[in-house]
Design a protein around this ligand. Structure first.
Ligand SMILES: C[S@@+](CC[C@H](N)C(=O)[O-])C[C@H]1O[C@@H](n2cnc3c(N)ncnc32)[C@H](O)[C@@H]1O
Length: 448
């Protein structure tokens, strides 16, 4: 039976986002978009990073929401505060793309006023194959602009075998974590796009069927701030009112491995994402370059998902250290990897941890690092120049970079190139159907 829990006291607000994305990076502006801006007729040219498309009005770039490249739309200007570009929301489609479809989440549809559209499904009006093609374009464009790499990318759908309950054709039923917000009247819903306005909803089609069943969307939660819905693979779905900072343990199961974690801790959101990424990392590692006795690393390791994937591919003799900033997650990683003698989990910020490693490494350790495979899965901002420089200086045999932001990935690949590491393989996955988000897994090796 699903359980509903309420802590005795209101906790500090956890640093997590709304329904649009739940990977722990916040890009919401503080203000609600204008509702009285001018309406423009626009020819939509191409897709941009961030789920909007590019059009032009009197020479100025206008980023348009809820449009598809090739369409002609009427769009209301929501933000004209910048000289270089404006933001606008489609209010009417004058010439529709052949790829336009009825929105996967009617409460996010262009039929509603922009400020009443549920956020978190900004590609829901686009056919699935075109959604993936647009995500591929964004990735290709970012690689070209920020890394100087000309490369075509295919965005792969999640294998249905790893995603029971997910409707792959509609891109629905996949979200195992949903954060909803509560308005002043106690009504519950996601924020509207780019705002803090709560949009009460009656449906949550992107959520897994078990979360849809327990969501209590017509209830009033007077005095509460947020509602979290969590559907772990290894237990009952839960509805949590105002999640406490310290949350109880849950279990996730991935390809025969069980992971324990905090209910409020980081975990991949799509029902099939953890398996997809574990397999993709296994696949990305070049076995000829892999040395189980080397000082292998799993950076930004969370509760040890990807270290576990490395061990599962290469066996229990693997030595690997998982590094993660969150102490609770590190504790779980230590427990989750405890079956492997050579696996360790350490708490630390990757930049500082690498600095200490570099300062203290003797010749033997440097040799083990030079034979290492380093997996890194940073948050949305990417690893950044300092971490990339430090990693390249260790001269590892190969790196496997898991990325949830195409521009951050491309920037870091550009830096890696400057320090002698080239992109060898790249795959991309549609782990966030009906949103603009895309995940990529890249292998880098030293230029010879
Ligand atoms: C995208 S998640 C990946 C987690 C894990 N690889 C997985 O797939 O479950 C990024 C992780 O990095 C951690 N993190 C964020 N910034 C960090 C930093 N500077 N140093 C170490 N860990 C960090 C977060 O707490 C989070 O667990």
């Amino acid at each position: 039976m699903p359980r509903a829990q309420r802590p005795a006291r209101r906790p500090a607000r956890p640093a997590r986002e709304g329904a649009a994305s739940q990977r722990g990076r916040d890009s919401r502006p503080a203000k609600a978009p204008a509702t009285d801006g001018p309406v423009l007729e626009l020819d939509v040219e191409r897709i941009a990073h961030g789920g909007v498309a590019v059009a032009r009005h009197e020479g100025r770039v206008v980023f348009v929401a809820d449009a598809i490249p090739g369409e002609r739309v009427r769009a209301r200007v929501a933000d004209a505060s910048k000289d270089r570009f404006w933001r606008a929301d489609t209010v009417e489609v004058l010439e529709a793309s052949a790829d336009r479809r009825a929105h996967a989440w009617p409460e996010a549809s262009v039929d509603r006023a922009p400020e009443r559209r549920a956020g978190g499904a900004e590609f829901g009006h686009i056919r699935m194959s075109r959604q993936r093609a647009l995500k591929a374009e964004v990735l290709t464009d970012a690689l070209s602009r920020f890394a100087g790499l000309e490369r075509d990318v295919v965005v792969e759908a999640v294998d249905p075998a790893h995603a029971p309950g997910v409707d792959a054709d509609a891109g629905t039923g996949w979200r195992t974590r949903v954060r909803l917000h509560v308005d002043r009247d106690g009504r519950v819903g996601p924020y509207a796009s780019r705002s803090h306005t709560v949009v009460p909803v009656e449906t949550l089609p992107l959520a897994t069927p078990e979360l849809q069943a327990i969501a209590r969307l017509s209830d009033r939660f007077a005095g509460a701030e947020s509602i979290d819905l969590v559907a772990p693979a290894g237990g009952a779905p839960e509805l949590v009112i105002d999640a406490p900072r310290r949350s109880p343990l849950i279990h996730e199961e991935v390809l025969g491995r069980t992971f324990r974690l905090d209910r409020g801790g980081f975990w991949q959101v799509h029902r099939g994402a953890a398996a997809t990424l574990a397999l993709a990392v296994q696949d990305a590692i070049d076995a000829d370059r892999f040395d189980p006795r080397a000082a292998n690393l799993d950076l930004y390791g969370g509760v040890g998902l990807l270290a576990g994937a490395v061990i599962d591919r290469f066996g229990e003799t693997v030595r690997i250290t998982s590094v993660e900033a969150d102490e609770r997650a590190t504790d779980h990683a230590a427990a989750n990897l405890s079956g492997t003698i050579g696996a360790h989990a350490e708490t630390g910020r990757v930049d500082r941890w690498l600095e200490r490693l570099d300062a203290g490494a003797d010749r033997l350790l440097r040799d083990r690092l030079a034979r290492a495979t380093i997996v890194l899965d940073p948050p949305r901002a990417g690893a950044g120049r300092e971490v990339v420089e430090r990693l390249a200086a260790l001269k590892p045999a190969q790196l496997v970079y898991v990325a949830c932001d195409p521009v951050a990935l491309a920037r870091d690949l550009g830096t890696f190139r400057n320090f002698g590491y080239d992109l060898e393989t790249l795959r991309a996955f549609d782990l966030f159907p009906n949103t603009h988000h895309v995940e990529a897994v890249a292998r880098l090796t030293a230029r010879v």
